[in-house]
Design a protein around this ligand. Structure first.
Ligand code: TXA
Ligand code: MG
Length: 323
């Protein structure tokens, strides 16, 4: 199968109507999408990604009205969050109705829903009368793609079409939130931070983000170690003296004495901006993999705001390579 990269919404739609899986751009990461109402198409996503059926997928919609047949009424607190953060890098776990297939939720009573903000993806969703089921467009266990080229490198010949919507500006996956005993819970850190959520609901949300040292509790919240192919280690740049040209170094920001950026030393953000750091993290991991360094060393961010989400990704990437 030839994999085409294009910007044509009608072409993307044609593939979806016939039950094919295509890649779609979102502001967070690219997704592997299928018509959520065709079970055989949804099944194909899992096969292409080599993802276990026990790991449920997110439904993507154009607006909240389009969600009505698929979910029970949104609780007031979550509605306030939805109104504040959609379209955007934010996913809600809501009680599903009967029409949502168990393939999508992995037999969970809740379904994950999201309205993305990438204009190309939104334009596509607007032309459809069904939601798109879409996990991130990476083979199971690999780093998520933030460009059409990343998707092509992973899935050339495996899917017919990649809808090119440019590079992903948010750069890491959406924040996942739900309600338990009337309290808001964060299940996955993202660029919508606990503080932003607190500003809407009036209290600090409970965090059940699956840390890399914890055993998964809720179904669907399986622990994954998304990682570059190159062995990856967390390090403290400030104490480091032995800069090896065969290793790649990813630093959050400038250090004193200032190290010049080079082929193997890269800053996530020259101005220590967390949003910029999130947007560049996966891109740099992908490029360091291609440069075939022997090892990658990454510096953690301060553990607050979006730093929580970025650190979570860094710890997962390095989890299987403990020194
Ligand atoms: O930013 C994003 O959320 C991207 C883009 C493509 O939208 N999608 C994404 O999907 O990251 P995925 O499948 O790679 O991660 C979704 C996470 C998984 O950990 C899954 O277990 C959890 O959401 N999840 C999905 N549906 C769920 C459900 N019904 N109950 C519990 N967890 C769920
Ligand atoms: Mg994923």
């Amino acid at each position: 199968m030839q994999t085409l990269i294009g910007k044509n919404i009608c072409e993307a739609k044609r593939f979806l109507e016939q039950g094919d899986v295509i890649a779609v751009p979102t502001e967070t990461v690219y997704g592997l999408a299928a018509n959520a109402n065709i079970e055989s198409a949804v099944r194909k996503i899992f096969e292409i990604k080599n993802r276990p059926f026990t790991n449920p997928v997110i439904l993507h919609f154009h607006n909240q009205a389009q969600m009505t047949p698929y979910i029970n009424e949104i609780p007031k607190t979550l509605k306030a969050l939805a109104d504040a953060f959609w379209p955007g890098p934010f996913t809600l776990l809501l009680e599903k109705t009967e029409i949502v297939s168990n393939k999508i939720t992995a037999v969970n009573a809740r379904v994950a829903v999201r309205i993305p903000s990438n204009p190309t993806f939104l334009e596509l969703l607007k032309t459809l009368d069904y939601p798109l089921a879409a996990p991130s467009a990476n083979p199971y266990g690999k780093i998520s793609p933030t460009s059409a080229q990343h998707v092509f490198d992973y899935f050339d010949t495996k899917i017919p079409f990649i809808l090119d919507g440019g590079r992903c500006h948010t750069g890491i996956e959406s924040t996942i939130v739900g309600l338990e005993q009337d309290k808001v819970v964060i299940y996955r850190y993202g660029t919508i931070s606990p503080e932003q959520i607190k500003n809407i609901i009036g209290y600090w949300p409970i965090v059940q983000n699956l840390s890399i040292n914890k055993v998964p509790e809720a179904s669907g919240m399986v622990l994954h170690h998304y990682a570059p192919d190159t062995p990856c280690y967390v390090f403290k740049a400030q104490d480091h003296t032995d800069w090896n040209p065969h290793y790649g170094y990813i630093l959050f920001g400038k250090h004193a004495p200032t190290l010049e950026e080079s082929e193997n030393i890269v800053y996530l953000s020259n101005t220590q901006n967390e949003n910029e750091a999130a947007a560049r993290l996966y891109e740099i991991m992908h490029s360091f993999d291609q440069k075939k360094f022997a090892k990658i060393f990454i510096e953690l961010l301060p553990d607050s705001g979006i730093g929580l989400a970025i650190n979570d990704k860094i710890l997962r990437a390095s989890a299987k390579y403990k020194a």
